[in-house]
Design a protein around this ligand. Sequence first.
Ligand code: SF4
Length: 262
Amino acid sequence: MDLEKLILHKVGEAIARFSMIREGDRIAVGVSGGKDSLTLLEALLRLQQRAPIRFDMEAFTVEQGKFLSPIQPVGDYLRSLGVPWHYVQDQPSLDLLETEPDHGCDKCSRFRRRAVYEIARELGCNVIALGHTADDFCEALLRNAMFTGKLSALPPVTTSRKGEFRLIRPLVFVTEDLTRRWVADRHTPVIPCGCSQKTGTVRRSLRDYIAELEQDYPYVKETLIAAMGNLDPQRLLDPRFQGDADTQRSMEQELFPIVTGM
Ligand code: SF4
């Protein structure tokens, strides 16, 4: 399957499986300037042309002062694709960079979320599409399992806290090696964020660990993504998902007949 078909197939599968897009939706697509969000936007544009339902799209970029070069080439590129692009300098984020240059991701993403909601509201959108990829889902799963004691990743679809927006992540099945190839093939202008070069973070360690595993097991990310859709709660330790005592006893006897005296 060629690259475009493969990506559109994966995005289409995510949209259908999680009912991400509905008739009449107006979607704000966050474009960070990186390969993933640019791939997301182009994939949605292609699917829009062939979808049986009608939906509109607006692209936007929040300036938080972290781009390593001017973002305008991305805007020019998006306009050449025929999609409206809105560039918003978020003053609170820029101020934060001045007063607290070493602020962490929690604060930065909280500021970005507020700005994104404001922009989507102004654009009259009811859906916000985010460019998180299969890699992000895998990292979130491992990070939560290893550092927060919770088996969870990211929601493919959710609503904002006040129910104002549907938040969708149509790249859930698309790995970053595919988005990298997509932008390289098209010579899409990609503007790096200063944070992409950060080292010594948990995220970077997990990325490196997965990349190392991929040397011997090239489908490890696809397998992790499949695992997230194929839970076996009886083999985990959350009592909320265990059967009653009788069910557990019969399962034990089936699995461990000698230990249970059969
Ligand atoms: S990596 Fe950088 S841009 Fe991303 S949330 Fe963290 S501080 Fe913000």
